[in-house]
Design a protein around this ligand. Structure first.
Ligand SMILES: Cc1ncc(COP(=O)(O)O)c(C=O)c1O
Length: 379
C-alpha cells in the first residue's frame, strides 16, 4: 500500500499525479547529463515519470521482483518482452491455453519476424521438454489459464526452462501477486495486464513486466524508451489507487467465486464447472501448492451448447456482458465467439473451449443477486 511512495515538497498524503510529458532542466549541461544517463532524473514520460515509477516500485514489492516496467496494456507488456529479449531465429514455447491476442501476436506478428512458436499443453510438462530446440529462448504461460482455469506447474516448467537455457515468463493476471508469486516459484519474468485486478474497477488499460534488474533495466527498459508503448501517468495513478485495495478485493473475489462454482455444480443445466479450488478440478492439488486461493474467474459448460450459453448470457440483467475480467462488477462472456473467436476452431477445440462454455468473472455484488440473475437463463 505504501511501497514506492514519493512525496513532493507539498507533503501530499495521496500519491501525486504527474500529468506532464516532459521535465525541465536547470541548464543545457544538466539536460545533456540526463540524456546521456550520467545524471539520474526524469527527462520525458516515454522514458520515466514519477507516478509511473511509484506504480513500478509498488508492483515490484508485491511480486518480490528486483525491477518492473509498466506498459500501456497487458499486450504491450508481452510485445515488449519478446521484442526486447528475442531476435529472428529464436524459438518460443508457449502454453496452448493463453489469451487469444497472445496467440495472434506470437503467430501472426512474431512469426513474420522470424521468431517461431510451438504451442504445447499447459499441463503436460513432457510436451514442453520435447518441444525444446537449441534456439529456444522463452517459455510463456498463463496459470490459471483463460478461460479453462488449467494450472501449469511453475516450478517444474522453470526447471525445464533453466536446463534449456530459456527464460520462463508467467502471465499472472488471474492470480495477481496476492495469490501467486511466480518469481518465488522459479519463473524469470512476470507479465501483468493491469487492466484486470490491479486496477480492479474496469477503468483503465495498463500492463507490467517484472523480473531481475538485468533483464528489465538492460533489455526491457531500452525497448520501451525507444518504441514507446509506455504507461500513461494518469492510468498509473488509477492503478496505484487500485493496488491499495487489491488484497481485500482478491480475498472477497475468491470467497464469492468458490461459492458460485459450488452452486453452479449443483445446477442440472450445467455439465461441468472449471475452477481450481473445486475438488473436481484436475489440477486442484497443484493449484493448492502454488496459489493461495482459486481466483475470481471460473468457466462452465452448459449441456445445451451454444444456444443454452447465449440464452443464459442474454437472460442476465445485472451481470455485464463484456469481455473484460478482474472487475468488482461481475462479467460474463462466451469465449468461443469473443475472446477466443479469432483462433482456429481446431486450436479452440484443443484448448477445450466448446460452444457451450461460458466464462464468469465473479465480482463483489451480493452472491444471491448474481445467482438470481443466472437462474433466469439456467431454468
Ligand atoms: C490473461 C491475460 N493476459 C493478457 C491480457 C491482455 O491485456 P490487455 O487487454 O491489458 O492488453 C488479457 C486481457 O484480457 C488477459 O486476460
Amino acid at each position: 500500500m505504501r511501497a514506492g511512495q514519493r512525496r513532493t515538497e507539498f507533503h501530499e498524503h495521496s500519491e501525486a499525479l504527474f500529468l506532464t510529458s516532459s521535465f525541465v532542466f536547470d541548464s543545457a549541461e544538466q539536460a545533456a547529463a540526463r540524456f546521456s544517463g550520467g545524471e539520474e532524473g526524469f527527462v520525458y514520460s516515454r522514458f520515466t515519470n514519477p507516478t509511473v515509477t511509484m506504480l513500478q516500485e509498488r508492483l515490484a514489492a508485491l511480486e518480490g521482483a528486483e525491477a518492473c516496467m509498466a506498459t500501456a496494456s497487458g499486450m504491450a507488456a508481452i510485445l515488449a518482452t519478446v521484442m526486447s529479449l528475442l531476435k529472428a531465429g529464436d524459438h518460443v514455447i508457449c502454453s496452448s491455453a493463453v489469451f487469444g491476442a497472445t496467440v495472434q501476436l506470437l503467430n501472426n506478428y512474431f512469426g513474420r519476424l522470424g521468431i517461431q512458436t510451438t504451442f504445447v499443453s499447459p499441463t503436460r510438462v513432457d510436451e514442453w521438454r520435447k518441444a525444446v530446440r537449441p534456439t529456444t529462448r522463452l517459455f510463456f504461460l498463463e496459470t490459471p489459464s483463460n478461460p479453462m482455469t488449467e494450472i501449469s506447474d511453475i516450478p517444474a516448467l522453470a526447471d525445464v526452462a533453466k536446463k534449456a537455457g530459456a527464460l520462463l515468463a508467467v502471465d499472472n493476471v488471474f492470480c495477481t501477486p496476492i495469490l501467486q508469486q511466480p518469481l518465488d516459484l522459479g519463473a524469470d519474468l512476470v507479465i501483468h495486464s493491469a487492466t484486470k485486478h490491479l486496477d480492479g474497477q474496469g477503468r483503465v488499460l495498463g500492463g507490467a513486466i517484472l523480473g531481475s534488474n538485468k533483464i528489465i533495466m538492460e533489455h526491457v527498459f531500452p525497448f520501451l524508451r525507444t518504441a514507446g508503448p509506455s504507461l500513461s501517468p494518469f492510468n498509473a495513478w488509477v492503478i496505484l489507487k487500485g493496488l491499495e485495495t487489491l488484497e481485500l478485493r482478491m480475498r472477497a473475489h475468491c470467497v464469492a467465486a468458490l461459492e458460485m462454482a459450488r452452486w453452479l455444480e449443483r445446477q442440472p443445466a450445467v455439465a461441468r464447472v472449471h475452477y481450481p479450488w473445486l475438488e473436481s478440478h484436475p489440477q486442484h492439488a497443484l493449484a493448492r501448492r502454488q496459489q493461495q486461493a482459486g481466483g475470481a474467474v471460473l468457466s462452465f459448460e452448459l449441456k445445451g451448447g451454444r444456444d443454452a450459453a447465449f440464452k443464459l448470457i442474454n437472460g442476465t440483467r445485472l451481470i455485464s456482458i463484456t469481455a473484460n475480467l478482474g472487475d468488482v462488477k461481475t462479467t460474463i462472456t462466451h469465449p468461443a465467439t469473443t475472446t477466443h473467436g479469432r483462433i482456429s476452431p481446431e486450436a479452440r477445440a484443443a484448448a477445450g473451449i466448446t460452444d457451450g462454455l461460458v466464462r464468469l468473472a465473479v465480482g463483489l455484488e451480493g452472491l444471491s443477486d448474481l445467482q438470481g440473475d443466472l437462474e433466469r437463463g439456467l431454468s
